[in-house]
Design a protein around this ligand. Structure first.
Ligand code: FES
Length: 113
């Protein structure tokens, strides 16, 4: 008997969206967005390739690997912004989804004042 699934770490994600908090498991090789969908949790998404920022979230605890997140500046990634469609968990996560407007403001708001 072999159990290859045990080789991939699974983390817990706690995602707040529109006032509700959803908890679901996410494997280290699975995007947070895919894990949410698999658990029946619908979070905002559009391009699913790290460009449009529809799936933006702010991570308050834990960290993700998001090397394909072209839509977020590195310094904002360090502040916790993440694109869930290209984010792979590296720890248990606590995050707030639906942060597209906040991300836009953080990236471009300074140019509009
Ligand atoms: S859905 Fe477009 S960046 Fe994630």
């Amino acid at each position: 008997m072999s159990d290859t699934a045990a080789a991939v770490a699974t983390y817990n994600v706690s995602a707040e969206f529109e006032g509700a908090t959803h908890s679901f498991p996410c494997q280290a090789d699975q995007t947070v967005l895919n894990a949410a969908e698999a658990a029946g949790v619908t979070l905002p998404s559009s391009c699913c390739s790290g460009v449009c920022t529809t799936c933006a979230a702010v991570i308050s605890e834990g960290s993700v690997e998001q090397s394909d997140a072209m839509g977020v500046k590195a310094e904002l990634q360090q502040q916790g912004f993440a694109l869930l469609c290209v984010s792979f968990p590296r720890a248990d996560l606590i995050l707030k989804a639906g942060q597209e407007d906040a991300l836009y403001e953080a990236q471009f708001g300074q140019y509009q004042k």
